[in-house]
Design a protein around this ligand. Structure first.
Ligand code: NAP
Ligand code: FE
Length: 365
């Protein structure tokens, strides 16, 4: 058997109303929590549930609800300052990938000082404040990964930072918080989860166990992909959230590959949602894998129960009208993407010419 290691120290708690019914789990985190979130968590019920659970335990909380999509270093610094002023000793993150990632960075920078120039330099020690995460989108799987992805203005991209201590201690999964997630967010985040499972299997760092998690994720997620453009039942929301977590557990081991590495430019320069950016590039990346006879492709399609053509049609139907990005810009993104470390993690490492062709094909250029 291929030698591998598996590390995922997050306690996952799934089920309807689990934040309330298993709220005593928060006790072990600390006495005063900084709740890191965006504006939507007050409306979707997650913030109320967390505040009620903490209060029942006799824990106090300070709410930092100023995280916006694609969190910046400035946002993280604001969170660290509020945490210190409030005397918080633990963090509860509520939201999509943006609040969850901001929370991981706050938890880390609160105990490891870095200048702005050093933030993306890597080499973090395995120290962070204890965290619980409550995802309110089904896509990033950030609740079970050791990564945070922040906007890196110096390099005009998004860059991930990692440390084993960025794994949350607890993750609470309840699809009820997604009952009113807008259709576009549901589609885009599902595409992100799909991309994680697929890219995990296309990674040089894939292991038998990360592949098993990815296959199960695709098996559940793929039949639901088309449905994300319409009404979803709460059971289907739960299933999407579970599949997203499995895909997160996959990339926690394998990392992401070319598609994510290429998608960051679309988000940074054109504000395209992270999941949609991946969805736009995925079809071309899969077609390249077919051309290069990448062995994992057959396994991916078997888990989806569809042909390559069928998968590409499904993704295209969800994407709808494509953005109008000039050819010269896309060619520039290809040069940039070659500097991204994720490209080198791909089982088949695409050449610059192939990366350019994927960008151009994604926008019909
Ligand atoms: P997001 O940026 O967290 O949220 C997108 C929008 O959805 C926000 O406007 C948010 O509103 C709203 N929203 C969230 N939950 C909602 C709900 N239940 N009901 C209604 N509206 C809701 O989007 P995301 O796609 O989940 O996260 C993307 C980020 O995650 C990117 O920065 C990406 O790079 C990162 N990511 C991280 C990992 C990882 O392993 N760490 C993996 C993949 C992606 P409010 O802001 O007002 O609350
Ligand atoms: Fe992602």
């Amino acid at each position: 058997m291929q030698p591998f290691t598996y590390y995922m120290p997050t306690k996952v708690i799934c089920g309807r109303d689990c934040v309330l019914s298993q709220g005593e789990c928060f006790k072990a985190l600390g006495t005063h929590a900084l709740i890191v979130t965006g504006k939507s968590s007050a409306a979707n019920g997650a913030l109320g549930d967390v505040l009620a659970a903490l209060a029942k335990n006799g824990q106090t909380a300070t709410v930092f609800d100023r995280v916006t999509p694609n969190p910046t270093v400035a946002c993280v610094r604001e969170g660290v300052a509020l945490l210190a002023a409030a005397g918080a000793d633990c963090i509860v993150a509520i939201g999509g990938g943006s609040p969850m990632d901001a929370a991981k960075a706050i938890a880390t920078l609160a105990v490891q000082e870095r200048t702005d120039d050093e933030i993306f330099a890597g080499g973090y020690e395995a120290r962070a404040l204890p965290m619980a995460h409550v995802p309110t989108t089904a896509g990033t799987g950030s609740e079970v990964t050791p990564y945070t992805i922040l906007t890196n203005d110096a390099k005009e991209t998004k860059t991930s930072i990692t440390s084993p201590a960025m794994f949350p201690r607890l993750a609470f999964l309840d699809g009820k918080y997604m009952a009113h997630l807008p259709v576009a967010s549901t589609v885009n985040t599902a595409l992100d989860a799909f991309s994680h499972a697929v890219e995990g299997m296309l990674s040089r760092n894939a292991t038998p166990l990360s592949d098993a998690l990815a296959r199960e994720s695709l098996h559940i997620l793929y039949p639901l992909l088309r449905k994300t453009a319409g009404e979803l039942t709460l059971d289907e929301r739960d299933a999407l959230l579970y599949a997203s977590m499995l895909a997160g557990m996959t990339i926690a081991q394998s990392g992401t590959t070319a598609v994510h590495g290429m998608g960051y430019a679309l988000t940074y320069f054109y504000g395209i949602d992270h999941g949609r950016a991946n969805g736009l590039l995925l079809g071309g990346a899969l077609r390249l894998c077919e051309k290069k006879k990448v062995p994992a492709l057959a396994d991916i399609l078997a888990a989806c129960g569809d042909t390559l053509e069928g998968v590409c049609v499904t993704i295209d139907a969800l994407l709808g009208k494509k953005e109008d990005i000039p050819r010269a810009r896309l060619e520039e993104f290809a040069v940039r993407a070659m500097g991204n470390k994720n490209i080198k993690k791909s089982a088949y490492e695409p050449t610059e010419e192939e990366v350019r062709a994927i960008y151009l094909g994604a926008f019909g250029r």
